[in-house]
Design a protein around this ligand. Structure first.
Ligand code: IMP
Length: 203
């Protein structure tokens, strides 16, 4: 069984990623970085999801003994009507340390005059895997959808209560988590990662 350490202290992400890997049947154990060391708060200073994902992975890798596989993700919401914002600033859109509802309120305010299909958006996730033999590889997942007029539902986290994925009429906040775990940006990036890991380790 191969261990891959997940460089995040976000319990929601650990849960989502672990659920998907476990149901893949791969002989891979996802362990949280917190089980190895205290995960420091990492300043997300890069201006791309990919840059920030690698920053998190390498910061954690430096804190551990070598021969460790590290997986980190960076993700966010890109809204077409406002030039792809909040993007890499998704978690701190309203202000540093903003709550999910503060971020949601700011976004809804900025979109108040935008209607219908012009409220198109997408969640993006980049997974960065740093291998013990010194290479890195990234996988990208995208989930397209629309921004609702008001928050609905309590499932998920972040912008889930205002994100209606394409092909659905309700937000991720309302939809069952089993739906999100199939179609989310994180699930799609993970499917690519699982495929790659399967070809490398399972035969
Ligand atoms: P980070 O990847 O930890 O930097 O988080 C980026 C931010 O994007 C989160 O704090 C959320 O606000 C938002 N975000 C990322 N993925 C999701 C998701 O699956 N649902 C809702 N919001 C998300």
């Amino acid at each position: 069984m191969k261990n891959i350490y997940l460089a995040t202290s976000n319990i929601n992400k650990v849960q989502e990623l672990t659920d998907i890997i476990n149901s893949s049947g791969l002989k891979i154990n996802i362990a949280t970085a917190m089980a190895r060391v205290n995960m420091p708060v990492i300043e997300e200073t890069a201006d791309t999801f990919s840059g920030n994902a690698k920053l998190k992975a390498y910061t954690f890798e430096e804190l551990t003994t070598k021969n460790t596989w590290v997986l980190a993700d960076d993700s966010g919401l890109m809204v077409d009507a406002i030039q792809g914002n909040p993007g890499v600033y998704s978690s701190r859109y309203a202000k540093d340390g903003a709550s999910d509802s503060e971020n949601i309120n700011k976004l809804l305010k900025n979109l108040k005059d935008i209607d219908g299909i012009k409220r198109s958006a997408r969640f993006v996730c980049i997974l960065a895997l740093i291998g013990s033999d010194g290479f890195e590889i990234t996988f990208k997942g995208v989930c397209k959808g629309f921004i609702a007029k008001k928050p609905e539902g309590k499932n998920g986290f972040g912008y889930d209560p205002i994100f209606i994925p394409e092909g659905h009429t309700q937000t991720f906040g309302v939809l069952d988590k089993s739906i999100k775990s199939k179609i989310s940006h994180r699930a799609r990036a993970l499917t690519k990662l699982i495929c790659w890991l399967g070809s490398k380790f399972n035969h």
